[in-house]
Design a protein around this ligand. Sequence first.
Ligand code: ZN
Length: 307
Amino acid sequence: MKNSFQAPQTCDLIGIDLGGTKIEVVVLGKDQKITFRERTDTQASLGPQHIFNQINMLYQAAIQTIGHRDHTLGVGTPGSISGKTGMLKNSNTVCLNGLPLKSLLEDHLAHALVVENDANCFALAEAVYGAGKNYDLVFGVIMGTGCGGGIVTNKKIRRGPQNLSGEWGHMSIDPNGPRCFCGRRGCVETYISGSGLEKIYAEQSLKLGKASDAREIFNLAKLGDRHARSSLEIFYFSFGRAFANLINILDPDIIILGGGLSNETTLYQEGIESIKNYVFNDELITPIVKHELGDSAGVIGAALIGV
Ligand SMILES: [Zn+2]
């Protein structure tokens, strides 16, 4: 992975992706190739201290492989650091919200670091090395347990004065919709994320369905399961409205999908057809594509923004 936009890299870049269920670390060596990668479970229910210990375990393994040489460190997480309080806000790992995540991690890991929204990290990595490398304005979406967005313009993350740019997952598309962890109703995330689809299916099937995760619901729909099909009708209706709203405002050069749901091929057929119903234009030419960097885009982006 090489890109001419970057200054020559003088040390190893370490990135950590702190997800709701998994934590991943990578080391990008001097030729910008991944030289080390490891994952572990977040086990968020065990609380912040346990999460910090899990992060530290991966970080220690990473610095051991580079012989404790100089490196930069970046951390991607859902949510963002409040400019007002310095505390993490809006993470779906809710036990970390209200904590000074950056300074706590710097103490724990004994290294300076940057904390960045995980969808911003994903969008940056794909804009630099992946599906967005030939585009100026990239909107990256992580559709995993939750749903987050990030905006990259000319290979730089757009953060905004409130560190809020791209937080499209918590735009309400139905004031009477399902309750979101953020306290509001009908957020995009309550429909077009893994957890959202699972809840819709549970309601549609009156909890009789056996589907345990979102991918299984897509498979059941293909087999003709009527509850799965009606759940996906709601899913695609919401998908179309949510992306059309986004395109009407930002009109990005490309939209890149990541996260577990992005591997579902029907998103790029039925999903795009649904967007056409709601976009404020007589055609839809925005490329809406799958990520190119696989599951590790977010953690690569975290490595790119470290200090
Ligand atoms: Zn929300």
